[in-house]
Write a new protein. Structure first.
Lengths: 172, 257
């Protein structure tokens, strides 16, 4: 049951809260929470090739990622999803290639993204407020600096080593 | 105030300002001023961090404009054409192309969708299955003509038709060889080596009976015999005026043995 719950909750790509899991699925079996979560994780891995990952140990939230190697995953994907991921990847690339953080003063116009791919923090004592953009926990789990560097290299038709310091950082 | 100036890697402004702040702090006597000083330190340290970052990325400069150009090329826009009528619009699948490539670099869990509706099933196959199950058995029998299963290269429907025709041919030949001897139905359909083929034979024979090309009668011992109909009226849809009975035959594997 927990497996189904997690799969459905993952549709929206919002992180799943432990509290919600306890309230909606586990309920009276609270004591066995760890065991139940572990078993669900195993099922997800063995049956679906998915991984249950905790992205926030303070608030105990989870996401689902795929365990299968990237290049082989050619699963059908809606156009909307592709478009969003395209834009996101460009942003993540930009952030990484510019030293893992980018600042912008336009941040206040947009609502903070819930998907956890990006993390926006306010730069203190700036007026008008300026924001720092970093990779969020979901980005860190679903992709890597190495992967994104490869993406940039592909787009620009160069080898990843062309950007030496980024390359070193990605390989570290 | 002068953030940009301070961030310029060539400038020592930040260091100078820090030194000035240090000197000033010695003269601080009121809490408000101390608070201001603290604020200043926060700003200064942030600036310092940023400066360090920029130093770092300047080692291998990432050319944003070039990246953007390459992205546009990747999206399939011919840059040389664009300059004249630059309406500023991207082709509708521009971002999709980027996204499709980008997805390869992520381990994203596929979004769970419900499958609406059942799997597509071919009606002919399903119908045949149903017919096959509606047969009741009677009596036993010994050896008979082995029927060889042909390779099913065509669709089920075509194969069935061919098989039916073939069986009709066999029946006709048998009958013609010895018109006075009845052909036991069970001798005809049973394959001593395969229960499955036996059932298939019965299934194919049922088509012949349905189309009026063969008849099944009971002999003196109340056992069914089969023979081709004498006056073949031709055409598959010709349901002749003869009495038509429906019989349900069932044959279990035990019986067959």
């Amino acid at each position: 049951e927990l497996v189904q719950y997690l799969l459905v909750k993952d549709q929206k790509k919002m992180p799943i809260k432990r509290l919600d899991i306890l309230k909606n699925v586990i309920r009276e079996y609270k004591g066995a929470y760890t065991e139940i979560i572990n078993r669900a994780g195993r099922t997800l891995q063995e049956v679906f090739g998915l991984q249950l990952v905790e992205i926030d140990s303070k608030h105990r939230t989870y996401i689902l990622t795929s365990k299968l190697p990237c290049a082989e995953r050619n699963h059908p994907c809606r156009a909307k999803e592709k478009v969003k991921m395209g834009l996101l990847t460009v942003i993540l690339s930009f952030i990484f290639m510019k030293g893992n953080s980018v600042k912008d003063s336009e941040g206040s116009h947009h609502p903070p993204p819930q998907n956890r791919y990006l993390e926006i923090t306010v730069i203190p004592l700036t007026d008008p407020p300026q924001f720092n953009y970093h990779w969020g926990p979901r980005a860190l789990k679903e992709t890597s600096k190495k992967d994104i560097l490869n993406f940039v290299a592909k787009v620009q038709g160069k080898t990843p080593k062309f950007w030496m310091s980024q390359y070193n950082e990605a390989m570290a | 105030e002068n953030r940009e100036e301070m961030l310029n890697s060539k400038s020592n402004r930040l260091t100078e300002t820090l030194e000035e702040a240090n000197k000033l702090f010695d003269e601080v006597s009121r809490p408000r001023e101390a608070a201001l000083d603290a604020q200043f330190l926060v700003i200064a340290s942030n600036l310092g961090k940023e400066k360090a970052n920029e130093l770092h990325s300047e080692m291998t400069t990432f050319d944003t404009a070039l990246f953007a150009e390459d992205l546009l090329t990747f999206m399939g826009i011919n840059r040389t054409e664009v300059d004249e009528n630059d309406s500023g619009f991207l082709p509708s699948d521009a971002w999709e192309k980027v996204g499709e490539e980008a997805m390869k670099y992520f381990r994203r869990a596929p979004t769970f969708h419900y499958m609406l509706g059942s799997f597509k099933s071919e009606p002919p196959v399903a119908k045949q299955r149903i017919e096959r199950q509606k047969k009741a058995s009677r009596g036993e029998a010994k050896r008979a003509m082995p029927a060889q299963l042909k390779k099913m290269e065509e669709s089920h429907q075509e194969a069935t038709e061919k098989e039916v025709e073939r069986i009709l041919g066999i029946l006709q030949t048998l009958f013609d060889n010895d018109p006075d001897t009845a052909i036991s139905f069970f001798d005809f359909v049973i394959d001593p080596n395969s229960f499955a083929r036996t059932v298939e034979n019965m299934f194919h024979v049922s088509f012949l009976v349905r189309d009026g090309l063969a008849e099944i009668k009971l002999d003196d011992d109340e056992l069914p015999i089969i023979e081709p109909t004498k006056s073949r009226k031709g055409g598959q849809n010709d349901r002749g005026p003869g009495a038509r009975n429906q019989v349900v035959m069932s044959l279990t594997q035990e019986d067959w043995k």
